[in-house]
Design a protein around this ligand. Structure first.
Ligand SMILES: Cc1ncc(C[n+]2csc(CCOP(=O)(O)OP(=O)(O)O)c2C)c(N)n1
Ligand SMILES: [Mg+2]
Length: 620
């Protein structure tokens, strides 16, 4: 057998460089590079190997969590056909990636995590940053990755790579099981040499399957759709991952079935497609939510039916409502007692369009869809142009951003009041034009996620929409965007703290306690002094970005034009009217209210809550 003598780290990189995926006859190199930060736990192993493998580029970041977000942003924009590996030292560098791992796994996005680990040899334990346990020597902080990884392994011997790496690739390229794959790499093993079989480094092309639905389930689904009078299709992230937008548009045009989109699925149809009724669920449009309420059949495509999509199980009120679910993951396809089509979205939708030839929703239903859609567009126009002075509402900032952006551009966001407002208001024109991380809704995802998205598709202008709270959590990757010459436009809404959780707090009868950015007042000892004097513009500039403060909407529009003309990352800071919010549209979200309280306002909120819960259904 022909062998190559390499360290574990060198062998790992040699393998990664030769992994490709193929879908629809097109091949992609799977790993675009390695993101991370060096420390004593990886510099001599992975660090050394990267230095002699410059064709697998290394991108240093500011925070390991951000590295994973960047890989996720890249993988999501690439429809899971490409990703990055992330390297860290041992201890804090490794555990910084745990949040990113959870985010990736929840969103079903492939990332490879390579946390350094303590000496396998053990004779020098405890090493710097080692967690010791009196009960076993076989535990460490990297065990924290187990519940948040789809595949987890620790490489105690160099030859274990041979059996671990194919499992890693199976998970990362799986349409149903993609998520974080974690290989914990003890620092001594990383540097240890072994005679690896040459065969390990041959080019491998992993086929991304498009599974077809089974005949019997398919026939039942067709019957259910043909019998439906008020069907609604719920488009989830799986539609985009599968690149099924065209198939979906044809299905809807042929059948007249309207579409509501989840956060991950938004942009599955262009907003002006006649059957697109926009966002559905807790942050849904009036149009989609009314259709959901009365639907007798819901066709879920590539959705996990999260609580936001089902409005905490209150969205679908027809007592006889049934579900058909198309999903590559059997787990999701069976949810809500669905007729399960365990299949690729594009394959299943194309087959359904053929099998449903001649079927079309009744004209009355078609008219209802048209009028609801028109009413909704009027509502968006109203919210885009409220004319508030001197500070605009957030909806007007969104409107101005939408008007400034082009049809091919991309919007990135994740947490705060932004996802809810954008889900309702953003008029997505092209697949992946709307990049929302709402599986984990992780504050701090936005900037690194956007850098990853831009790396995946440099042809798009990438707009990041985030709050002051989330900005403060992870502004440091602006430095990485400067380092890599990756330009993004960051719109920072300054509303002195958490408008979202502040609003939620008020609705729970808690008066916004602990959600505003104010100094502790000496008289009261409480956080009710002046607003915190944070200069976001100076902060962004200090990190290397161009920074503009926009006073009012007119200045904001000019700032957007300036940002577009520049070739480096630009942060636009705009203060908004915190208390003018985009309303909800006949929907609800379950956040349990205290059952007993000293506050009358909480008791009132609890009474409303108990009333609202009566609408919850279990769809068994
Ligand atoms: C890492 C993380 N911590 C906490 C939360 C809970 N959370 C959701 S939104 C939010 C406030 C976000 O504030 P900001 O970015 O200013 O947006 P705004 O609410 O003002 O729109 C918090 C704390 C979260 N989603 N992620
Ligand atoms: Mg805020």
């Amino acid at each position: 057998m022909k062998t190559r003598r390499l360290t574990t780290a060198q062998a790992l990189l040699a393998f990664l460089k030769n992994q490709y995926v193929e879908r629809d006859g097109v091949e992609h190199r799977f790993f675009a590079g390695v993101l991370g930060i060096f420390g004593h736990g990886n510099i001599a192993g992975i660090g050394q190997a990267l230095q002699q493998n410059l064709d697998l580029p290394f991108i240093p970041v500011r925070n390991e969590q951000a590295a994973v977000h960047m890989a996720v942003g890249f993988a999501k924009t690439s429809n899971r056909l490409r990703t990055f590996a992330c390297t860290s030292s041992i201890g804090p560098g490794a555990t910084n990636m745990v949040t990113g791992a959870a985010l990736a796994t929840i969103n079903r996005l492939p990332v490879l995590l390579l946390p350094g680990d303590i000496f396998a040899r053990r004779n020098v334990a405890p090493v710097l940053q080692q967690l010791e346990s009196p009960g076993t020597q076989d535990i460490g902080v990297n065990d924290c990755f187990k519940p948040v990884s789809r595949y987890w392994d620790r490489i105690y011997r160099p030859e274990q790579l041979i059996t671990a790496l194919p499992e890693v690739m199976r998970v990362l390229t799986s349409p149903s099981d993609a998520g974080a794959a974690t290989l914990a790499l003890p620092q001594d093993v990383q540097a240890e040499a072994w005679d690896y079989p040459e065969e390990l480094f041959r080019k491998r092309v992993w086929l991304i399957r498009r599974p077809e639905p089974d005949a019997e389930s398919f026939a039942r689904a067709v019957d259910a759709i043909r019998a439906a009078r008020r069907p609604l299709l719920v488009a989830g992230g799986g539609v985009l991952f599968s690149e099924a937008s065209d198939a979906l548009a044809k299905f809807c045009a042929a059948t007249g079935i309207p579409v509501g989109e989840t956060q991950a699925g938004k942009g599955s149809l262009p907003y002006d497609h006649p059957q697109s009724t926009g966002a559905v669920g807790a942050t849904g449009t009036l149009a989609a939510n009314r259709l959901a309420r009365d639907a007798d059949l819901v066709i879920g495509v590539g959705t996990r039916y999260s609580d936001f999509t089902t409005a905490s199980m209150t969205a679908f009120q027809d007592p006889a409502v049934r579900f058909v679910s198309i999903n590559t993951a059997e787990f999701d396809a069976y949810k809500l007692s669905s007729i399960p089509l365990v299949a690729d979205a594009r394959a299943a939708l194309s087959r359904l369009t053929e099998a449903l030839a001649g079927y079309r929703v009744e004209e009355g239903y078609g008219q209802l869809i048209r009028s609801l859609k028109q009413e909704w567009e009027t509502e968006v126009d109203r919210l885009f142009h409220l004319g508030l002075q001197p500070r605009p509402a957030q909806s007007e900032v969104i409107g101005a951003m939408w008007e400034a952006s082009g049809p091919h551009d991309m919007l990135v966001s994740a947490a705060g009041s932004h996802p809810g407002d954008l889900h309702k208001l953003w008029r997505t024109r092209a697949p992946n034009g709307y990049h929302m991380e709402y599986g984990y809704s992780c504050m701090g995802y936005e900037i690194p996620g956007a850098i990853g998205a831009k790396l995946a598709d440099p042809s798009r202008e990438v707009y990041v929409f985030l709050g002051d709270g989330t900005y403060l959590m992870m502004p440091g990757e602006i430095v990485t965007s400067v380092q890599e010459g990756v330009k993004i436009i960051i719109v920072l809404v300054d509303n002195h703290g958490f408008a979202s959780i502040g609003g939620l707090s008020q609705s729970l009868g808690q008066q916004g306690f602990g959600t505003e950015y104010r100094v502790r007042a000496p008289e009261s000892g409480q956080l009710n002094g002046e607003y915190l004097p944070v200069d976001y513009e100076a902060n962004a500039r200090s990190l290397g970005a161009q920074a503009i403060r926009a006073n009012g909407l007119a200045e904001f529009k000019r700032a957007l034009e300036t940002a577009k003309s520049l070739d480096r990352t630009t942060v636009i800071v705009i203060e908004t009217e915190r208390e003018v919010r985009v309303p909800g549209y006949e929907s609800w979200w379950d956040v349990a209210v205290a059952e007993v309280s000293e506050f009358e306002s909480v008791r009132e909120s609890r009474a409303r809550y108990e009333q609202a819960r009566r609408k919850q259904r279990c769809h068994i």
